[in-house]
Design a protein around this ligand. Structure first.
Ligand SMILES: [Zn+2]
Length: 377
């Protein structure tokens, strides 16, 4: 039996060792297919990262698929049942690094667009592809730079499907229609180092901070809303002391992270944390890293089209969720358009023996194609 177009392309992409930020020719394969369909291609290289933007049509609305060709490292190859960069089918599952995150999605997108254009060569609006090789890495030179470039010339994506593996048990059971924001604080509370036997000559920053840290960790940041769970504050790292049992430390380092809902903003969080630390009269430095704003697409043509497309294939509607880590959707959402994530089952992503059901890739292709028909036919 010969492979379907989606399976053949997924295998081709998986066989390329595109560990972040290396692309290993994946984008060239996609570009060749899109050029043949009449897409205008713009390769955008920023530092070590290759990205491309492709567009077919000049009219609004601009609908785009977004995704990444890079994969996380395979780790210890001997732990895999099959070589991670040799696509292999076992019991109906396609195995290989990137099968689910997200080379299977990329193959489905390309084939969906090929089939859609074959039937609708003069479709409405425009179709775009925003593809990066830096999603799994530091996300500095990937999607965010392409988005900045497009925004600078007023070319805003109106509707976007990100192909991240959003599904839980069967493909399409979950569509992510937003993501929480993420912000990290690196707090250094300053004291005075000294001998534990002479505490009056020292000032212990751990003791001074505990009440403030406790308050930050136990406060109710918000109640969440219909789409988001309550904001959560977590401390992943703390450090103080020299290791010696007779030295009062001079500094206390506390790193905290908040995953926050659309009820909060970076500014509100910074203000509340600062007010708490100041109330406890601490001497501190605080460095912030803004990892991403929350976004939400709770209504609109895109969401309707995607929900209908999933329903047409699965005979049941997807759940709309905002759970999970951040994705490149947060950058694309800055353009002000509608953004959702729809992709394969995520049970094996970033693990050994990453795999995706072959039949799911065909369903995903159908869902993407049906979405295009709903929006642009
Ligand atoms: Zn991914």
């Amino acid at each position: 039996m010969t492979d379907t177009p989606t399976l053949a392309l997924a295998k081709d992409l998986i066989s390329r060792q595109s560990v972040t930020p290396v692309d290993a020719g994946c984008q060239e394969v996609m570009i060749d297919r899109l050029k043949a369909l009449g897409f205008e291609i713009e390769v955008m290289v920023f530092e070590d990262t290759t990205n491309f933007w492709a567009r077919r049509g000049t009219q609004a609305p601009l609908f785009a698929f977004a995704g990444h060709t890079d994969v996380v490292p395979a780790g210890k190859v001997e732990l895999w049942d099959t070589p991670p960069f040799e696509p292999t089918i076992i019991d109906g599952m396609l195995h290989g690094r990137g099968a689910a995150d997200m080379k299977g999605s990329l193959a489905s997108m390309i084939v969906a667009v090929e089939q859609f254009i074959a039937e609708h060569p003069d479709h409405k609006g425009s179709i775009g592809f925003l593809i990066t090789s830096d999603e799994e890495g530091p996300f500095i030179n990937g999607t965010v730079r392409v988005v900045e470039t497009l925004m600078a010339r007023g070319e805003n994506i109106d509707m976007c499907i990100v192909g991240e593996p959003s599904s839980t048990d069967i493909v399409g059971d979950v569509v992510k229609n937003g993501r929480r924001g993420s912000i990290t604080g690196d707090l250094t509370v300053k004291g005075i180092q000294g001998h534990v036997a002479y505490p009056h000559l020292a000032s212990n920053p751990v003791h001074q901070s505990l009440m403030a840290i406790h308050e930050l960790a136990t406060t109710e940041w918000d109640k969440g809303n219909d789409y988001f769970p309550p904001t959560s504050f977590q401390i992943p790292n703390v450090h103080a002391g020299t290791g010696a049992s007779n030295v009062i430390p001079g500094e206390f380092n506390v790193q905290f992270n908040l995953r926050f809902s659309t009820e909060l903003t970076n500014e509100i969080i910074v203000d509340r944390v600062t007010a708490t630390l100041d109330k406890h009269e601490l001497d501190y430095d605080l460095k912030w890293t803004f990892n991403g704003d929350p976004f939400l697409t709770d209504t609109g043509a895109l969401l309707d089209a995607v929900v209908d497309a999933v329903d047409a294939v699965n005979n049941t509607k997807p759940a709309l969720l905002t759970t999970g880590g951040t994705s490149d959707g947060r950058f694309i959402a800055r353009m002000g358009g509608q953004v959702v994530e729809l992709g394969p089952v995520n049970a094996t992503i970033h693990k050994v023996n990453e795999c995706v059901k072959v039949a799911d890739l065909e369903k995903l292709t159908d869902m993407y194609q049906k979405t295009l028909e709903n929006l642009l036919a």
